[in-house]
Design a protein around this ligand. Structure first.
Ligand code: PLP
Length: 407
């Protein structure tokens, strides 16, 4: 049997992410009655804290589930069977949310996009402008497409909706951006945002939530799709508004510590740290690939066109994600074989390509509890794994990352 590599694993997945020791320790305690005064004080602190991270003073509903649960809650509380929603294509996760909406009985219209570029805001405005009878009930978009490392400009999408005076709601998935780079639910006019515990909040998987605007909450009172566990109306009868069943108390012990950690560092400092680490990662990737940006594009069918060197997947410099970087490997090379070497030989865990990007792409998560030495160690180990997997690269990517961090 192969021995597991020694030493601490360097964990560079784009979710779940590293859980800080302080959060692990906070969970190491006896359970509490979830209706006791002692626990309710923790629950109230967490409820208010998550709202501060979302930058909202409106409603928040929480669920014992992974992010899929909050996706489902956002759909079943707002729509009637057969309602039309507009999905802005970004990649694997917009596709998955779209699939869920289809399975729940909604009609989907998609604004198509090259996955390397993201959706054109003008296309969204044009489609809403043409919808004179307001058949489209909502625009759905993923703020940070975790599969590709591409960020969608939410404020611009809101301006496009408002510019057409269309009443569509704006639903935003913030699962892999929240706590990593800025998200302003109220200032950006987001009606529903979907969040999860296991990324920027640095928690175990298993808690998700939705921020809900007054407008969306009022609309949710109309009869629509069947709902029970996700039912916001039922939750409002509990204090604080959340959970139809048992509250996951240990996740709250963890969340309380996470909010303390976030507020001790400060959201702006956290965003600046994520930007620094993301810039350093991109500097390394651009160097490895000889700084070339290829002409290939990507759709649901995968990468189409020639890729001769390592490349950043996101090809629009204004949309680069600060929480994850996806890298395309040159034609004829297998990103998964390289990841396997990185994990089994060197104890470095990287994200893989999802859906049609399987084997073509690997992902470096740089979100949550992470600092310069952790990132530099991981980037150096990626270079080592390139060498031992015979993936062609230009040496010196780690130096480029150091220069970026020192600048
Ligand atoms: N949306 C995005 C952007 C994600 O990254 C993920 C998971 O990685 C999901 C939705 C689904 O969340 P979960 O896997 O927690 O159900």
């Amino acid at each position: 049997m192969n021995a597991k590599p020694r030493g601490r694993q360097f964990f560079q997945n784009p979710g779940p992410t590293n859980i800080p020791d302080r959060i692990l320790r906070a969970m190491d305690r006896a359970t509490l009655d979830f209706l006791s005064d002692e626990f309710m004080a923790i629950h109230r602190f967490c409820h208010a804290g998550v709202k501060r991270v979302l930058k909202t003073q409106q409603h928040l509903f929480m669920y014992a589930s992974s992010g899929h649960g909050a996706w489902e809650a956002s759909l079943v509380n707002l729509f009637q069977p057969g309602d039309t929603v507009l999905m802005l294509e970004s990649g694997y996760f917009s596709e998955s949310w779209e699939q869920m909406a289809t399975n729940l009985g909604l009609k989907i219209e998609r604004i198509a996009a090259d996955w390397r570029m993201g959706v054109r805001v003008a296309d969204v405005a044009r489609r809403l402008e043409a919808d004179k009878t307001h058949q489209i009930k909502a625009v759905l978009t993923v703020h940070n497409e975790t599969a590709t490392g591409l960020a969608t400009p939410i404020a611009e999408i809101r301006r496009a909706i408002d510019g057409t005076k269309h009443p569509a709601l704006l639903l935003v998935d913030t699962i892999s951006s929240l706590g990593c780079y800025d998200f302003k639910m109220d200032a950006w006019g987001v009606d529903v945002c979907v969040g999860g515990s296991q990324k920027g909040l640095m928690l175990p998987t298993g808690m998700s939530f939705t921020g809900v605007s007054e407008k969306a909450f009022t609309l949710s009172k109309k009869p629509g799709l069947p709902r029970h566990y996700w039912n916001w109306e039922m939750m409002t009868r509990r204090e604080p508004q959340s959970f139809v069943g048992t509250t996951p108390v240990h996740l709250f012990f963890a969340l309380e510590e996470s909010i303390k950690l976030i507020e001790e560092e400060g959201l702006d400092a956290i965003f600046a740290r994520h930007r620094r680490l993301a810039d350093a990662t991109r500097a390394a990737v651009l160097h490895w690939g000889g700084a070339s940006m290829g002409g290939a594009s990507c759709t649901t069918k995968g990468v189409t066109g020639k890729v001769g060197t390592l490349e950043l997947f996101c090809a629009d410099p204004s949309r680069l994600s600060d929480s994850v970087t996806a890298v395309i490997v040159p034609d004829g090379h297998d990103a998964n074989a390289m990841r396997t070497v990185a994990l089994n030989r060197y104890n470095l865990s990287l994200g893989g390509g999802l859906g049609p990007l399987m084997g073509r792409v690997f992902r470096i998560g740089h979100m949550g509890d992470l600092n310069e030495p952790m990132l530099l160690g991981s980037l150096a180990t990626v270079e080592l794994a390139f060498k031992t997997s015979n993936i062609p690269y230009r040496e010196g990517g780690v130096d480029a990352a150091i220069k970026s961090l020192a600048a």
